[in-house]
Design a protein around this ligand. Structure first.
Ligand SMILES: Cc1ncc(COP(=O)(O)O)c(C=O)c1O
Length: 339
């Protein structure tokens, strides 16, 4: 594909930056089997194994943008990430962040995922967390539209609206979200401690009662003693199962504090991995590898980084463009060097 064509296509794609991702193709539609056939199937194990809300995430269709394709002579496709249950590509990130945290043990079933976000990530975490038996707490600046809080709350999350301050301030909404996770962990540790103390106390009382009981029952039959002993149990049932595909209703997030986990989309590499392991392969599969360029807008940069890296591994000759705002005013498109 000629560089000029790629640049033209990128410029055209930037004109409609409301859709997250754009794939740019060259020339005839006949080259592209996915353009003629029914919706491509996604062979990802995730789709075959999962049920419910989590399974509904991903495998979003590619939609030909007729106006731009006709104007540029390139096949320009938008990946319809707004069709995810939470309305954006961030659903994938929420799934990956939560799954990795559960796997590492940093988050446990019934725990609270916290995030400082006034946007799509908050909505996605609020949408996805309950599917894993987790809670969600979102901290947003109080100059954000009240409707954002209402949407997040309607999804079952708690929202804390705070004064907007600089990111370097300890009370910036992102820093407060980080702190809330730490506080939830401290509270959980305290509760565990006091439960253990109570349990030890109960063990002591129970063993003393058992001794007394056994003493008075010395003359009774052995069978009776054994029966009594089987009823003395101070162990709490523990259910750490946190699989959204599980039918288990044993996980009760409302019981007591199970700790917190700060999602931290800007620093958490699970964000990038969601796109490297999921969005990128999906695009490759849907296009059967017939793509010449990829364009994405960047917030955290997770989408462009993850998808680009994957596409570069699969295809040596691909143009990659990132669209970003500077000072919230200017839109820039930059070509990513292949190295
Ligand atoms: C709907 C939507 N799509 C895409 C992005 C950007 O994605 P990324 O954070 O992966 O760069 C954002 C936020 O920044 C967003 O809100």
């Amino acid at each position: 594909m000629a560089a000029a064509t790629a640049a033209g296509a990128a410029a055209a794609a930037a004109a409609v930056s409301l859709i997250t991702c754009y794939l740019l193709f060259h020339n005839s539609i006949l080259k592209f089997p996915w353009a003629r056939t029914a919706r491509p199937s996604c062979a990802s194990g995730r789709r075959t194994r999962r049920r419910g809300l989590v399974e509904a995430i991903g495998n979003t269709p590619l939609v030909r943008i007729n106006s731009l394709s006709d104007a540029t002579g390139c096949e320009i496709l938008g990946k319809a990430e707004f069709l995810n249950p939470g309305g954006s590509v961030k659903d994938r990130v929420a799934v990956k962040i939560i799954e990795e945290a559960l796997e590492s043990g940093d988050l446990i079933c019934g725990g609270t995922v916290t995030e400082g976000s006034a946007g799509s990530t908050a909505i996605s975490l609020a949408t996805v967390a309950p599917a894993y038996g987790c809670r969600c707490h979102v901290v947003i600046p109080d100059d954000a539209a009240i409707e954002k809080s209402q949407i997040i709350e309607a999804l079952g999350a708690t929202v804390e609206r705070v004064r907007p301050v600089s990111i370097t301030h300890r009370d910036h909404f992102v820093n407060i979200a980080r702190r809330r996770a730490l506080e939830a962990n401290k509270l959980a540790a305290k509760q565990r401690e006091s439960n253990e103390t109570q349990t030890n106390g109960l063990d002591h009382i129970n063993s003393k009662m058992m001794d007394d009981k056994l003493a008075t029952m010395q003359s009774e039959s052995k069978k009776t003693q054994n029966n009594d002993q089987t009823h003395v149990s101070t162990k709490m049932p523990h259910n750490s199962k946190c699989d959204p595909s599980s039918d288990s209703k044993g996980c009760d997030p409302s019981s007591d504090s199970k700790g917190g986990f700060f999602a931290d989309q800007f620093e958490n590499m699970a964000n990038y991995r969601a796109h490297y392991e999921w969005t990128g392969p999906e695009i490759w599969e849907q296009t059967k590898g017939s793509l010449h360029a990829f364009v994405a807008a960047a917030g955290t940069g997770g989408t462009i980084a993850g998808v680009s890296r994957y596409l570069k591994v699969r295809c040596l000759f691909i143009y990659l463009f990132v669209i970003y705002f500077l000072s919230g005013k200017y839109i820039f498109i930059t070509m990513i060097p292949h190295s």
